[in-house]
Design a protein around this ligand. Sequence first.
Ligand code: TXA
Ligand code: MG
Length: 349
Amino acid sequence: MMMTEYIILNEENFDRTVEDAADLILSGKLVVFPTETVYGLGADGLKGQAVKDIFKAKGRPSDNPLILHVSSVEMLDRLIESRSELADILIDAFWPGPITFVFKKSDRIPDEVTAGLDTVAVRMPNRKFALSLIEAADTPIAAPSANTSGKSSPTTAMHSRYDLDGRVDMIVDDGETDVGLESTVLDLSEEVPMILRPGGITFEMLSEYIPNLKVDGNIVNQSVVPKSPGQKYKHYAPNAEAVLFTGYNEEIVKNINDYIASHPDRKIGILATRENVDKYIGENLKVIDMGSQSELIEIAHNLFASLREFDDSDVDLILSEGFEEEGMGLAIMNRLKKACSNYIIKGRE
Ligand code: TXA
Ligand code: MG
């Protein structure tokens, strides 16, 4: 165990915190910092030992590679062999922002970062503190989501503190993250670009620039082996058993109510949309309103925090409404399917 310094960021301490955090990063230490997607567990991405310490702090399998975070395209160029024309267009359109690109890597990157792959994942985050920190340290910062491996990604610094207190050197609290789900991972290292993980930048948004864009088969059908190492692991697992319900809205509500009725002895949590919160009937229900069906951005923002809220309660069964797998719905459903270990009750459709 180590002492974890916990800093609540404000205007007054911003510059000093950037400096302190950058000093820690440069001396091989671990810093939890906010990005616009989720909190990251950062270390100097060019120091093999510091990167090893990330894996240790999270309990992360060492064959799951990390994302390097940069603050400029010039910093990206130090990490890769070359940039395609398409990469330039996508960088212009979406960086800084919630999308990670996978490139062929240069030899400068320690094997610990890429888990021995010949490619590297890079992202420029769109959050003032994150960009200032990377710029001040002037080194790419390797950062997975700042949670214990297998749990939901942290959308507040307190989530990270709960998981990592005593395992990192500093936690910087800058309030809630914006997107609430991890970045889209787009593989640009092969002939045809492929989404390896859906996220804040959607398939539809990318298709405007990439007519032949593919989605890893695993995202739609989880019995297909995923291309991205991280997608094969158990993820987002709440403490309680969880079940996902898909189909038409009325079917979802009816099937959830039937499930509640047939499990009278369970303390049930419902991940509901605003339109349905008042439709569930039962004794021991804890219903969380994740947001409106017409605002999937709001649902994405609230999803992980809602799962953690159930962990803090006495709920022993979670029933979640499902969503259409388009737009932001693809990323939301990807996380929900994992949280529910792929246990899905389908409507007739
Ligand atoms: O939004 C995010 O991406 C957050 C914030 C902190 O930036 N980070 C994040 O990191 O979610 P992590 O480690 O939890 O997820 C990284 C994902 C994993 O699924 C990993 O397998 C994949 O990116 N990945 C990393 N390097 C890769 C590579 N060279 N090829 C394919 N997939 C890669
Ligand atoms: Mg993660």
